[in-house]
Design a protein around this ligand. Structure first.
Ligand code: GLU
Length: 280
């Protein structure tokens, strides 16, 4: 497995907690065991929610856990031109459209009596396609992927999973992508990109061979595989891991300060204690 490259890609929108530690350690251990490389990437496209103090905390916590990585790290806030180029390529393929719907518009459209219960996709309720049919030329609109056109263009899609939860080859079902994922946003009007587009562009730019992430992102991975095919980028191998939950079974969130790594550090626990707490 020489040449394995993996990454941990947190957003500096809160303190790292046990779930992040598990994800980062899993990726790091995978790289170590294969003689590969572990990268850190800072996913700070959402500048309104990112804070320098959280970014500094990420570096501190990960170093304390015993992780190391090549520097300088890639920060997504510097990557606007690369995202714009990828977006232009998707637009040229004819698989995008502009959308002016607000969250309220989408909620209203989905609550129409004939709609039934909305499907929930990786970004929440599946977009009902209002602007796909209505059309808009508003230059400040968001840009969405037309999933129907996208999967018609890519043909059959598959990816390889090596995580223990779903190991094996996964074929993507085009109908499930259209109905259950839908026309996801590629570029938000405020930041000109999205989580999905940025991750796909950067995983390729950094030659990531193995993406380690929580199973909450399994549906997002399907979007990424579609975008990789459209952009003629390689598909990494995926490793989705279990989520770390609190004692009530709820998955940890950024605001779970009680389980912040910094809190355990302050309480005098060791990195080995944290490893044991997440089952490593
Ligand atoms: N920045 C994202 C997160 O913190 C991305 C992780 C990923 O794409 O694997 O959830």
């Amino acid at each position: 497995m020489a040449g394995l490259i993996t990454r941990f890609a947190p957003s500096p929108t809160g303190p790292l907690h046990l779930g992040h530690a598990f994800s980062a350690l899993t990726a790091f251990d995978l790289a170590q065991s294969a003689g590969g490389t572990f990268l850190l990437r800072i996913e700070d496209i959402d500048t309104a929610r990112c804070r320098p103090a959280f970014e500094a905390g990420i570096f501190d916590d990960l170093h304390w856990l015993g992780l190391s990585w090549p520097t300088p790290v890639l920060r997504q806030s510097t990557r606007g031109p690369a995202y714009a180029a990828a977006l232009a390529r998707l637009e040229a393929l004819g698989v995008t459209y502009r959308c002016t719907c607000t969250r309220g518009d989408i909620r209203a459209a989905l609550s129409a009596p004939q709609e039934g219960a909305p499907m929930i996709g990786p970004d929440g309720p599946v977009y009902p396609g209002t602007c796909r049919t209505a059309g808009t030329s508003d230059p400040n609109a968001a840009i969405r992927l037309d999933m129907g056109r996208a999967v018609a263009l890519t043909g059959p899609l598959r990816f390889l999973e090596r995580g223990p939860l779903h190991a094996g080859e996964h074929r993507l079902d085009p109908d499930a992508l259209i109905d259950g994922v839908g026309d996801i946003v590629l570029a938000r009007r405020d930041i000109g990109t999205s989580y999905h587009l940025s991750v796909v562009v950067d995983d390729a730019a950094q030659a990531i061979t193995h993406v380690v992430r929580g199973e909450d992102l399994f549906a997002a991975t399907a979007v990424h595989v579609v975008l990789q095919a459209l952009l003629a980028l390689p598909h990494p191998v995926y490793h989705h891991h279990r989520l770390i939950r609190d004692e009530t079974g709820k998955r940890l969130a950024k605001r779970d300060d009680a389980r912040a790594i910094a809190r355990y550090r302050a309480d005098g626990l060791s990195p080995a204690d944290v490893r044991a707490m997440v089952g490593l």
